[in-house]
Design a protein around this ligand. Structure first.
Ligand SMILES: *[C@@H]1O[C@H](CO)[C@@H](O)[C@H](O)[C@H]1NC(C)=O
Ligand SMILES: *[C@@H]1O[C@H](CO)[C@@H](O)[C@H](O)[C@H]1NC(C)=O
Ligand SMILES: *[C@@H]1O[C@H](CO)[C@@H](O)[C@H](O)[C@H]1NC(C)=O
Length: 389
């Protein structure tokens, strides 16, 4: 229903407001066109465009080789983030990618495997997940020294419904058992269905009696909360001294920009952003979890769902940029590899990334006023000392 939703949106949303939308993959679901067909038959052009985008997505998975230079942001505030890393940065790292069967997650799985990481894919989409894992094992095989115990496979797949807490536990158990440790966890899982407007202005006294679906919230917010909770414990295990461990969550431009017409989606994305902000000072403490947590906020991203031809044409007409799933995956891998990044949010637009959190914090006296900002800081310290000490 996203397609219809966007058409509706365009009727009353000026193009500048559309910028808050981020349309990325529905990796929590099986073939999206199948889901859409179940609900209502779509006009043939819709199916065609879906297929074109699916095809384009496949094409863009041809990963470009990485230029091996060190982080381009040594010291000082980050402005544009250039996701670059050495070939060793991801080598032998164990990375759990939740929602890794499709879209950005899929591109990230390939990028990590290509760079020598071990990847465990968790996804509700067993068909794509199992296939991708097999493909990665064939394409980037792991060579074991015959005198040493055999190494684990390059990639494995475990089906998971992240709205089920025990399923999430099962995924971590599986990854831990297979690889004996987990270094990084990335959550790209998401649902964009059934795309109903909870606050539809035409709702009647009768229609309001049917409870709305909470599926988007369950997958994107509750699911992320489950994964982060379980990850915070598993990531601490089997960890040598000075070993970097991190979590990356997927927020979106809707995590900081208003997106009219998709209020529940926006609430979920603000929730993910808030979760990262709440956890970052707590998680990074060397006396507690000693973990980094960051978010990626992609703007319009090419994917096999959501981005319809109509929207795409309009977007191009306005000269607006679109990121490929590969580009967003590269930014994500760059954040994984850079152990100085914690509590950051990378806004990704047209394949380029900007860190947002530093300026929001630093410029607070300007946007809130100096006096209120000073008082707020004192209160914040009390809250932190009381709740997070
Ligand atoms: C942050 O603010 C500075 C000016 O204070 C600006 O130069 C920079 O582009 C801003 N954005 C980012 C992402 O750093
Ligand atoms: C859920 O998150 C995924 C991944 O970030 C995104 O593709 C999807 O659009 C989101 N949906 C909602 C309703 O938040
Ligand atoms: C986390 O980031 C802050 C800056 O936001 C930095 O001062 C701190 O050293 C970082 N901590 C770790 C453990 O990397």
């Amino acid at each position: 229903m996203l397609f219809l939703g966007l058409i509706g949106l365009r009727l009353y949303v000026p193009p500048s407001e559309l910028v808050g939308l981020c349309l990325i993959q529905v990796s929590g679901e099986s073939n999206p066109s199948v889901i859409l067909h179940k609900r209502r038959p779509k006009p043939p052009f819709f199916r065609a465009t879906t297929r074109i985008f699916f095809h384009r997505l496949r094409l863009c998975i041809q990963l470009s080789p990485f230029i091996s230079v060190l982080s381009s942001n040594p010291g000082g505030p980050i402005t544009q983030f250039h996701p670059t890393f050495t070939p060793e940065a991801l080598e032998e790292k164990v990375i759990l990618i939740v929602g890794g069967a499709n879209g950005i997650g899929e591109s990230l799985v390939e990028l990590c495997c290509q760079n020598g990481a071990y990847v465990c894919i968790g996804d509700i989409d067993s068909t794509h997940g199992a296939h991708l894992s097999l493909k990665c094992c064939e394409k980037w095989p792991v060579y074991s020294d015959p005198n040493l115990p055999p190494k684990p496979p390059r990639s494995t797949f475990q089906p998971v419904d992240i709205t089920d807490y025990h399923d999430v536990l099962g995924l971590f158990d599986f990854a831990f058992k297979t690889y004996k440790r987990i270094d990084h966890v990335v959550v790209t899982a998401g649902s964009m269905e059934p795309m109903e407007n909870w606050f539809d202005s035409t709702l009647s006294l009768q229609a309001i009696r049917t409870p709305p679906s909470t599926k988007d919230l369950d997958v994107n917010l509750t699911g992320s909360l489950y994964v982060v909770r379980v990850a915070s414990v598993y990531l601490r295990h089997n960890r040598g001294p000075w070993v970097d461990r991190s979590i990356i969550l997927f927020s979106c431009a809707a995590g900081f920009k208003e997106t009219p017409g998709v209020s529940v989606y926006q609430a979920a994305k603000h929730g993910v952003q808030g979760l990262m902000r709440s956890l970052r000072p707590y998680f990074c403490s060397p006396y507690k979890h000693n973990l980094r947590i960051n978010t990626i906020c992609p703007w319009m991203t090419q994917s096999h769902t959501a981005v319809t031809k109509t929207l795409c044409d309009r977007w191009e007409e306005e000269g607006l940029p679109i990121s490929s799933a590969t580009e967003v995956a590269q930014v994500t891998a760059g954040v994984l590899a850079d152990d100085t990044l914690n509590g950051t949010s990378m806004y990704v637009k047209g394949g380029r990334a900007w860190e947002m959190e530093e300026n929001i914090t630093r410029l607070e006296p300007q946007w809130l006023g100096e006096a209120p900002s000073e008082t707020l800081a004192r209160g914040q310290k009390v809250l932190k000392d009381t709740w997070a000490a």
